[in-house]
Structures are given as C-alpha cells and as structure tokens.
Design a protein around this ligand. Structure first.
Ligand code: SF4
Length: 329
C-alpha cells in the first residue's frame, strides 16, 4: 500500500504527568493504577483524595522542561456527591499548570457537556481513548460503566461539537479481531470527517503490568504493524498516529514509523499507567531515528493545525509555551 507523505519528522511532547487521584469507580480487568473510592461513613460524602497544589507544584518543579501537563485521573461516577469536588480539582490543577506557563491536557474519563466545555477553556487539548469495540473489550469492561462503547463515542462527538482538539486511541492486543480493529478505525475516521478535531490516534499495545510485565515480542508486533499501515490508509494525513515507545520493541520502532507512526506522544520520566515499562530518553530515540534519516522534534500538546481553534487566552499561553519548547527532554 502506498504511504501518504508526512515528511521526515517524528514528534514527541516533553510532558509531566500529574495524577489528581487514583480513586476510580470503574474496575477495568487489566488496571493496576486504580485505587478504591473512599466509602461514606455518615450522611455526608467522604472527601475525595485529591492532589493538592503544593504537591503538584513540587512535581512540576522537578520537570521544568515539560511544556505539557498530563492530568491523568481516576474517575468518579457522573451523579456521585463526590463528583463536584473531583471536577473542581481538575479545574484547579489546570489553572495551576497554566499559571506556571505549562499547558494542561486532561484525560479523566467521560465528562458532562458543561464539564467538558469548562475544562476546554483551560486545556488546549484533551483526550479519551476509544479503546475498541467487540466482545473482547466488553469482557474486560464488565465492571467499568464509563467504558461502554456508546459512552465513548458520545464523548468523542461532544468534543467535536465543542471544537476541542482531541486525542483518542485504541488499546490493542486484548483478543479483538481484525474486523473489530477495522471497524473502530472507520468510526474514528467518520467522527473526524464530521468534526475535524481528532489530532492524534494512539495505537497502544496492551501490556500486562507488575510481575506479569513482558516486552512485546516480534510475533505480537507483526499484526500491529499491519494495523498501523491500515490506520494510515483509513485516517486522513492530518490525524497523527501515535505509538508509546516504551510499550513497543525498540528494534521495530523504525518499522512502525515506516508503516505510518509519526508521533511518540508525551514522554515523562515514567509511565504511571505502565511503570514496569521504562520510558526511553529523547536522546536515545533521536539517535535511533536519526540513523534512518528521521528527525525527532518536540511539540506542544496541541498540534499546530488546531491552535487557531483555541480561545484567545489559550492561544496566548500556547504561543508563550512554544517559545520555550526544549530541544531535548
Ligand atoms: S477507568 Fe482507568 S483508572 Fe479506572 S479502572 Fe479503568 S483503567 Fe483503571
């Protein structure tokens, strides 16, 4: 299949991850990130365990070169009495990031229309994985109400209606069929054709964490290389295809790029979801890519094409952050 031309540039985002809370009402079968929500012992809701400004500022200070602040949170049920304080925490941390000259990118599960609109005024981009469709995902998400396909699609459409530059993606290798993958890509293409807001699609290989951690083997990577090429054919060229480099075999990274990957996502010093898989440093990635004539270039959380979509105050913040984009991480 001929590849669409993308130049010889691969991007990545110098990033720092803040976790507002690990407490989550979902119970995804594979999750090693989640902690249980606090249980109310009286008539008033138990306070949410939320990252405070002092601890967040300390984490930000440890990574001054990170322009992107990924707010990656456990979720609170839509009508829970704990929801308002949880949401206020996301707003507070977004403001903290902006005050420090950083750009927040929130990924905190499904949001109400008002919630998404409010966060969209503080976040130059936001994200939510579609994850996938079919029986394999349904089995993993039996106890995860926010992972129902209809909810995910509604969220992606809502982001499009609100004009929020958006990152989504697929979790791959959980037992889904080729047809399931194809259908998921077609749905994303349709959403993007309607709203034009999908700036990135992450193609994320599922890897077990903890003691079961194991790098992806060549045999497992082969069908994913085919999927990358298929995604590049189905999705228009402006939709960047992203691969988390710590979850992919280093000796096959150039093959993934040849197949259509053009972005390596936000790189912090650690992957908080998959801590057993160390992040490669940008210098090592640049050297590997350079050996094949690719340039590794830092970017902001919002890609240039979507900057004109942003409200004026956010555009100003983005322009200021762009001036300070580091050349290495
Ligand atoms: S929604 Fe996220 S944090 Fe919550 S259980 Fe699922 S994977 Fe874990």
């Amino acid at each position: 299949m001929p590849m669409k031309s993308r130049g010889r540039v691969i991007t990545w985002s110098p990033s720092v991850t803040l976790v507002p809370t690990r407490a989550c009402f979902n119970r995804c079968a594979y999750c090693s990130f989640r902690e249980p929500l606090p249980v109310a012992t009286g008539p008033t809701p138990s306070p949410m365990p939320l990252l405070d400004d002092a601890a967040a500022s300390e984490q930000l200070a440890r990574r001054p070169q990170a322009a992107e602040v990924l707010l990656l949170s456990g979720e609170v049920a839509p009508h829970s009495p704990q929801r308002p304080s949880w949401f206020a925490g996301l707003m507070r941390l977004s403001r903290l990031a902006l005050r420090g000259g950083r750009l927040p990118h929130t990924n905190a599960g499904p949001l109400g229309l008002r919630e998404m609109a409010q966060l969209g005024r503080l976040n130059p981009s936001m994200g939510l994985m579609l994850e996938g469709l079919g029986p394999a995902y349904a089995a993993l998400h039996r106890q995860a109400p926010s992972k129902v396909l209809e909810v995910r699609l509604q969220q992606l459409e809502q982001a499009g209606r609100l004009g929020i530059p958006f990152t989504t993606g697929l979790l791959l290798g959980v037992g889904e069929t080729r047809a399931d993958r194809h259908e998921a890509l077609e749905l994303l293409a349709l959403l993007h054709a309607t709203w034009g807001h999908l700036q990135e699609v992450i193609l994320q290989p599922f890897r077990p964490d903890g003691e079961a951690a194991a790098p992806l083997g060549a045999a497992e990577a082969a069908p994913l290389l085919e999927l990358i090429a298929e995604a590049r054919q189905i999705l228009p060229a402006e939709v960047h295809l992203q691969l988390p480099p710590n979850l992919w075999p280093r000796d096959l990274l150039l093959d993934a790029i040849a197949a259509g990957i053009d972005d390596l996502g936000g790189l912090d010093t650690e992957d908080v979801i998959n801590p057993a898989y160390p992040q490669p440093g940008p210098a090592a990635l640049a050297e590997l890519l350079g050996s094949a004539g690719w340039e590794l270039r830092p970017r902001l959380c919002v890609h240039p094409r979507w900057i004109p979509w942003l409200p004026a105050t956010l555009r100003t913040a983005v322009e200021a952050a762009a001036q300070r984009l580091p050349l290495d991480g």
